[in-house]
Design a protein around this ligand. Structure first.
Ligand code: AMP
Ligand code: MG
Length: 306
């Protein structure tokens, strides 16, 4: 296992002041926008019997899933709060957001992508009765507002001029047929403005039209960085969820509450998304590697002193 010399750790942390200031400003602005739009701020869960399976997402590459026993029960470390979000907006409120620590033990070969960490934070949110387009419009609105606010605070990047442009939308199938299977990085390097990618085959909780097979989901790509957000309208019908769980060989036992609510018709139509804070921050800071915006970096394959 690689380790930096001890002294480098201090130098690294001391040099982080600019980033921490920027991060504070961005977190303050984003949480204010959500609160102003009527979202309830919930705190994250870290251990739970249920977490995101991250399967079958073609972008996922998890070396190991963290599961252990507490109080005689098997629990998992949060890979995302997707299930908790859907249950919360179904049962008690119509709009929630959280800053959720996600642990994903990415394969060590992802060390050099500049985009992967094994601990990161999602600004994760969900809205009852929302359609995909509502979420897409909301995200564009708050990100454009963020860039304007940052410019007013003297933080400028040429790319922020994209607030004046229309953010284009493409179907992932069309993009794949142009750039091939490894389209994600190629696309990230080609675009000059953020773009939306729709219809991406992935986990059971994203809505898939049973007739056309098309997925009602969306990712936002930023120039250079690539995917910064994933979201979708959710699958809430019991038979559809079960069918997809069987198809994906997902263990139903791990999703008891979700399945019970859906069987009783208590899951509400909803849509939402999660924004990777470190990727957004890296893009705004002009940093090529997301690890550079973490005060205590969590680089795949590297366990540091702190
Ligand atoms: P996902 O649930 O995989 O779509 O993740 C939601 C968002 O979290 C992504 O769009 C990224 O911005 C961010 N993200 C996902 N995996 C990582 C990772 N390993 N390191 C840093 N950010 C990540
Ligand atoms: Mg994603």
């Amino acid at each position: 296992m690689e380790q930096k010399p001890l002294k480098n750790e201090y130098v690294y942390i001391k040099n982080k002041e600019r980033i921490v200031n920027l991060q504070s400003l961005i977190l303050q602005k984003l949480s204010n926008y959500f609160l102003e739009e009527g979202f309830k701020w919930i705190l994250p869960v870290i251990t739970s019997k249920v977490t995101d399976p991250l399967w079958p997402d073609p972008g996922a590459s998890i070396e190991k899933r963290l599961e252990f026993e507490i109080y005689g029960e098997k629990v998992r470390i949060t890979q995302s709060m997707i299930v908790h979000k859907i249950i919360a907006v179904s049962l008690f409120t119509d709009k929630i957001f959280t800053f959720s620590p996600n642990l994903r033990i990415e394969k060590p070969e992802r060390k050099n992508t500049g985009k992967h960490l094994y601990e990161f934070t999602q600004l994760d949110f969900e809205v009852r009765y929302a359609k995909s387009q509502d979420i897409i419009s909301f995200v564009e609105r708050i990100l454009k507002k963020l860039f304007i606010d940052l410019m007013e605070n003297g933080i400028y990047r040429k790319e922020m001029e994209c607030i004046k442009e229309k953010w284009e939308t493409y179907d992932s199938m069309d993009i794949e047929s142009i750039y091939g299977r490894e389209w994600e990085q190629i696309l990230a390097n080609k675009i000059e403005c953020p773009v939306w990618i729709k219809n991406i085959p992935r986990e059971f909780y994203d809505y898939q039209d049973p007739l056309t097979g098309k997925w009602d989901n969306y990712d936002l790509y930023l120039p250079g960085i690539g995917e910064v957000l994933s979201g979708s309208k959710r699958e809430i019908l019991y038979d559809r969820i079960i069918e997809k769980m069987v198809r994906d060989r997902i263990n139903k036992e791990n999703f008891m509450v979700l399945l019970d609510l859906s069987k009783n018709g208590e899951l509400k139509d909803c849509a939402g998304a999660g924004i990777g804070i470190e990727r957004l921050l890296a893009w705004i800071a002009g940093e090529k590697n997301v690890a550079n915006v973490q005060l205590f970096p969590r680089i795949p394959g590297v366990v540091d002193y702190l």
